[in-house]
Design a binder for this molecule. Structure first.
Ligand code: AMP
Ligand code: TRP
Length: 334
């Protein structure tokens, strides 16, 4: 049976990359009828400096974004990672099977640790092991994420195999990355060679879930592009990183392919294309933003949804952890 799991960190606001690369697929998989679990990974969020006073609300905000985007808490289980101790417990067990050399090669660690690796925290280093635990603790089979998480997913797959080999079992399934759609790697609006990210210093580089229609319009109009017209075929977008990104965005927002976008806009310049992109972005995002604001005005409702999800997740994760303990030979009394 398919079991879908994915998570997002409650670190600042979600942006269009999070939505098109990941969240939109969370909703599609739910609507296909798969069993889905979606987490807010607050233990991951504290691996970088964070605001203690804002953490609980940031956690609610991700849950609100999930629901506003179309996750139905009656169909999918929504949970907060720190409320399910089995994630951290399984992480420790997996840590004993994780090689430091592999963790050192993780590009996200290298990016976040920067030049001063010696001073990076153990939490940042071990982050991918916790992510593997998030996935394996539910024996998830499919993990919808953006392109940038592929390397972490590969590690989770390796840990599942290492466990199975070491303990001569087929207990953990191999979790498959689900990386799908025209916008699996959304680039910065200011620089088509950098991915859109929460941490880039310029707010003009990204469209946030909290941006209103005027802000979205301003950011798209200021987005870096080029003086050429749009080509007839996709080959014509090679070496035009910014143009390609804007076409991908249009396709993903309108729910059509890149080829269809070019059919409509070939021969037109960005003076024509950008206003059309603003329209499709605003039409798509405005209802989500409005719903998110409504939900954030009633934190008690979000809390109740998370609490109900936590209970279900805790029961599932607890069962898997008991089986893992048994397989690994831990004492359990008589
Ligand atoms: P994060 O913001 O790191 O918690 O990411 C949450 C999800 O959004 C993950 O599945 C990422 O792969 C995805 N994601 C983040 N940035 C982008 C981007 N620029 N393009 C596509 N997907 C992204
Ligand atoms: N590492 C992911 C990110 O930065 C977030 C994450 C944590 C995750 N645990 C996960 C994603 C488990 C999928 C499955 O985006």
């Amino acid at each position: 049976m398919k079991r879908i799991l994915s998570c997002m960190q409650p670190t600042s606001h979600l942006h269009l990359g999070n939505y098109l690369g990941a969240l939109k697929n969370f909703v599609a998989l739910q609507d296909e009828g798969a069993e889905c679990l979606y987490g807010v990974v607050d233990l991951h969020a504290i691996t970088v400096p964070y605001q203690r006073d804002g953490l609980a609300n940031a956690t609610r905000e991700i849950a609100a974004a999930y629901i506003a985007a179309g996750i139905d808490p009656k169909k999918s289980i929504l949970f907060a990672q720190s409320a399910i101790p089995a994630h951290s417990q399984l992480m420790w067990l997996l840590a004993t099977m994780s090689q430091m050399g592999k963790l050192e090669r993780m590009t996200q660690f290298k990016d976040k640790a920067g030049k001063n690796k010696e001073r990076a925290g153990l939490g940042l280093f071990a982050y991918p092991v916790l992510m593997a635990a998030d996935i394996l603790i539910y024996k998830a089979t499919h993990v919808p994420v953006g392109e940038d998480q592929k390397q972490h997913l590969e590690l989770a797959r390796e840990l599942a195999s290492t466990f199975n080999t070491r303990y001569e079992t087929d207990f953990f399934p191999q979790p498959e990355p689900y990386i799908s759609g025209p916008a699996t790697r959304v680039m910065s609006l200011r620089d088509g060679t950098q991915k859109m990210s929460k941490s880039a210093e310029s707010d003009l580089s990204r469209i946030n879930f909290t941006d209103d229609a005027d802000t979205i319009a301003k950011k798209i109009k200021k987005a870096k592009s080029d003086p050429d017209v749009l080509p007839e075929t996709l080959d014509g977008l090679e070496d035009r990183a910014e143009a390609k990104n804007l076409v991908n965005l249009y396709a993903a927002l309108a729910g059509i392919t890149n080829e269809d976008v070019l059919k409509e806009f070939a021969g037109k310049g960005f003076g024509d294309f950008k206003p059309a992109l603003v329209d499709v972005a605003v039409a798509h995002l405005a209802p989500i933003t409005a719903r998110m604001n409504e939900l954030m005005a009633d934190p008690a409702e979000i809390d109740a949804i998370l609490q109900a999800g936590n209970e279900k997740a805790r029961a599932m994760a607890g069962d898997v952890l008991s089986e893992v303990s048994e397989i690994m030979g831990f004492w359990k009394g008589s």
